[in-house]
Design a protein around this ligand. Structure first.
Ligand code: NAD
Length: 498
């Protein structure tokens, strides 16, 4: 049986083998709760990236010629291996990026769900047939793989996000070079090891760990047909510009500034439970985290009190400890970013109702902890209401009416998700219709997507693609239209009509 924790350290996975990098620069993986060094991974150079892309290009002809149902069988085995190693992988991810074990189990479960779901598409990958406008002429279209796909991912879902990209890319007949976040290289190596253990041929999946420069080398490599990127909007837009300049396809999942509306008639207990989870789950480091609560006047005071009451009771600690509700931030720089934003909020005139400081967690003084923080009196123009903070900070804002609340929700550059709490079906339906995000929830927080529905955002959150759902197949394939004329004579479309 595969021993995940025995996956070789300090190596990339290229052409079916764990190989030393060309240079000797290494990344260090650190437990953000304890400061413990977990291991090292290559900080790969452009030469390593080149090696990986060449291996993927070499493997492509035979992988694309492998019937899709056969490719899918390997992925079904991968799903079974993920089930078998779920706990081990979840524990590794908690140690590497800090979120609590219940959540990393969910992270791995999402990868399991995605792998079973998309492996099922290996027996479909449907195109369609249609009548031709000419007699004795067949017309149909089929999906085609693209070639070598570069996958670039963040650290907050170290298993699920890579699975959303790698598994569909593979079932569609592409080969992959995977560049995970520098904060989570060991989880990435373990996930890669599981996929290859399922029987992927050499070169079909390659792992090159490293930081931003490694990612840039992948984006700029001439052998890449598609970059599938998840991360911040600033980096995503740079990646897109570089791809577009060369005519390379790019799929982007980027930042968010998600909001929940709470109307006066809402079930406030439910809203407080759901928003505590959405704002402070994963220490606020989810792309779908709720960072704005827009509340109508009569509910305002109670929403803040109930939320503060719950958030105050969250126990901070090591995510491996079953008593912990909220882990640390992923890194010192991420905590610094959160501190800076809370300071900006104070200066802009927001009131810190709860938190706004580093807590002391006995025994974990070296961890990157930050207290759950509620800012009240936030107004739509403030930076803390407009910019992504990506930490356990939520701003509460007033709206006089449903119309104003919807306007506030839509009044940011991002468009990932939003939610509304109300018992009024008319209000709920208007919000669903008028909110301009890729995902909308009713009487539910802003987190909790399921793999078989399209996932992604509008405006500065994405570029029109969706992950999850059957829509993900459109990212990793392109269409080929086929005409077969068996009339035995020249037939000119649009011209020979009579
Ligand atoms: P990031 O943008 O700093 O990095 C993301 C990845 O891009 C990393 O692997 C990084 O090494 C790589 N990278 C950085 N610079 C690069 C460059 N110039 N060229 C190529 N690659 C480069 O983001 P992060 O801090 O890892 O993750 C947090 C961000 O991710 C947040 O903005 C969050 O909203 C977003 N996110 C979005 C979704 C979504 O589905 N919309 C999901 C999760 C996270």
């Amino acid at each position: 049986m595969l021993e995940l924790l025995a996956v070789p350290q300090g190596r990339n996975y290229i052409a079916g083998r764990w190989v030393d990098p060309v240079g000797d620069r290494m990344l260090t993986s650190v437990n953000p709760a304890t400061g413990e060094v977990l291991g090292v991974a290559p900080d790969s150079s452009a030469a390593d990236v080149d090696r990986a892309v060449r291996a993927a290009a070499e493997a492509w002809p035979s992988w694309r010629a492998t019937p899709a149902p056969r490719r899918a069988e390997i992925l079904f085995r991968a799903a079974e291996l993920l089930v078998r190693h779920k706990e081990e992988l979840a524990r590794l991810a908690t140690r590497e990026m800090g979120k609590i074990l219940t959540e990393t189990r969910g992270d791995v479960q999402e990868a399991i769900d995605m792998t079973y779901f998309i492996a099922g598409e290996g027996r479909r990958l449907h195109g369609y047939t249609t009548p031709s406008e000419m007699p004795r002429k067949a017309a149909y279209c089929v999906r085609q793989p693209l070639g070598v796909v570069g996958v670039i991912t963040p650290w907050n879902f170290p298993v699920a996000i890579p699975s959303w990209k790698i598994v569909p890319a593979l079932v569609c007949g592409n080969t992959v070079v995977f560049k995970p976040a520098p904060e989570t290289p060991l989880s990435a190596a373990a996930f890669t090891a599981l996929l290859v253990e399922a029987g992927l041929p050499p070169g079909v999946l390659n792992l090159v760990t490293g930081g931003d420069e490694t990612g840039a080398a992948l984006v700029d490599h001439p052998g890449i047909a598609l970059i599938s990127f998840t991360g911040s909007t600033d980096v995503g837009l740079q990646v897109a510009a570089r791809c577009q300049a060369r005519g390379v396809r790019v799929s982007l999942e980027m930042g968010g500034k998600n909001a929940a509306i709470v109307l006066d008639d809402a079930d406030l207990e439910l809203a407080a439970d759901a928003l505590t989870w959405s704002a402070f789950g994963t220490t606020g480091q989810r792309c779908t985290a709720c960072s704005r609560i827009v509340v109508t006047p009569r509910a305002h005071r109670e929403v803040v009190e109930r939320l503060a009451d719950r958030a105050r009771r969250l126990r901070l600690g090591d995510g491996l400890d079953p008593a912990t509700d909220m882990g640390p931030l992923v890194s010192a720089s991420q905590r610094q970013r959160v501190e800076t934003y809370v300071e900006i909020g104070r200066r802009e005139g927001a009131t810190v109702v709860l938190g706004g400081e580093r807590p002391r967690v006995p025994g974990l003084e070296r961890g990157f902890f930050y207290a759950p923080t509620i800012l009240d009196g936030v107004t739509p123009g403030m930076r803390v209401a407009q910019e992504e903070i990506f930490g356990p900070v939520v701003g509460v804002m007033d709206a006089a009416s449903l119309e104003e609340a919807i306007e506030i929700v839509n009044g940011v550059r991002y468009g990932l998700c939003a939610s509304i709490f109300t018992r009024d079906v008319f209000a709920a339906m208007r919000a669903v219709e008028e909110i301009r995000t890729g995902i909308v929830y009713v009487n539910h927080g802003t987190t909790g997507a399921e793999v078989h529905l399209p996932f992604g955002g509008t405006r500065a959150t994405g570029n029109g693609h969706r992950e999850g759902g059957l829509q993900v197949l459109d990212v990793f394939t392109e269409w080929k239209s086929v005409y077969i004329d068996y009339s035995g004579r020249l037939q000119r479309a649009q011209i020979d009509r009579d």
